[in-house]
Design a binder for this molecule. Structure first.
Ligand code: 13P
Ligand code: SF4
Length: 310
């Protein structure tokens, strides 16, 4: 009971601080339930990048991982972007350091570079265009060259390759998301046996075998949209990080959702808590700061994506 009261009081303090500081909370679909519930907006990487540009707030409290908060900061040089826990670092983004990308570019001088938004800002600065899980296929097809260097996720590269005649060269060869690699075929077969009527809806960071068995493949917000559609049915096996289940159940309370794997958890996404959000609002720290030159180059690659993917 005492805990509940404490929690309610904290939420009230957060709401007051938001008003006082003209701040907005943006949260990714994998955030803890209570964090999603106090956010002004919850979405996928593309939604969040667009939302960060639309807001008239002075401060953005960004509840997601580092590359998402960096993207918001790159697109909003005049706003303060604060990430409640600086430890929220996406391990996939670490898999493509700028030096490795430079070496790949030298080996493929005629290829344009499309990078998944899940990358370091300094790697983005070397890219021709950025993509997200919502638009990877569209972006690859919109490029000018017949060979595309694509990184760091080899599973998203597999997804993009399905709708293009261009040659996609993954860089690094085996970049991946550790959380989505928890979702294996054995889990999927077992889940389908238990719920034979359920539609299989997965994220393109899943391994190729899981993608091939799915009824739908989409970004996290795309998955929510599909599950909300009447034609898709009312029972679903969900192949992504388990945080998405909160939004799915909230938006479609009459439908049934089963995670394919309950161990598909992204610990970095769970680092932001209400306590840390309150502190971040109070101190307006830790702020996301990116070197000016990197910021300007990376912005060009992100803006090219936003121009193509309207
Ligand atoms: P979405 O853009 O689909 O939300 O994906 C981001 C991500 O990190 C998935 O692991
Ligand atoms: Fe990165 Fe995977 Fe976590 Fe997404 S779920 S933020 S790709 S580690």
């Amino acid at each position: 009971m005492e805990m509940r009261k404490e929690g309610i009081e904290r939420v009230e303090r957060i709401e007051r601080l938001k008003r006082e500081k003209n701040a907005i909370i943006l949260a990714h679909n994998y955030q803890r339930a209570e964090v999603q519930d106090i956010a002004e907006f919850v979405g996928d990487s593309l939604d969040l990048a667009r939302k960060a540009m639309d807001t008239t707030s002075d401060t953005i409290i960004f509840c997601g991982v580092d590359f998402m908060a960096e993207t918001a900061a790159i697109l909003n040089p005049d706003k303060k972007v604060v990430i409640p826990d600086k430890g929220a670092i996406c391990p996939m983004a670490q898999q493509l350091p700028a030096g490795d990308l430079l070496a790949a570019k030298r080996a493929h001088p005629d290829a344009e570079v499309v990078l998944y938004v899940n990358t370091l800002a300094e790697s983005k600065a070397l890219a021709d265009c950025i993509c997200t899980s919502a638009n990877a296929q569209e972006i690859v097809n919109a490029m000018d060259t017949s060979t595309i260097l694509f990184g760091p996720d080899c599973n998203l590269a597999y997804h993009a390759q399905k709708t293009t005649s261009k040659k996609i060269v993954p860089v690094p060869e085996y970049g991946l998301c550790p959380s989505h690699h928890q979702i294996v075929m054995a889990d999927l077969i077992k889940a389908k046996e238990a719920h034979p009527r359920a539609k299989i809806v997965v994220h393109p960071e899943c391994i190729p075998e899981v993608q091939d068995r799915a009824d739908y493949i989409a970004s996290t917000s795309g998955m929510v949209k599909i599950c909300n559609e009447v034609e898709a049915g009312d029972e679903f096996l969900i192949g992504t990080e388990v945080g998405l289940l909160h939004r799915l159940k909230k938006e479609a309370p009459k439908k049934k959702f089963y995670p394919i794997s309950t161990t598909a958890v992204c610990p970095q996404m769970k680092m932001h808590t209400l306590e840390k959000i309150e502190e971040a609002l109070e101190k307006e720290k830790p702020e996301v700061v990116i070197e000016k030159e990197i910021m300007e180059k990376a912005r060009k690659a992100i803006e090219r994506m936003l121009e193509i993917s309207k």
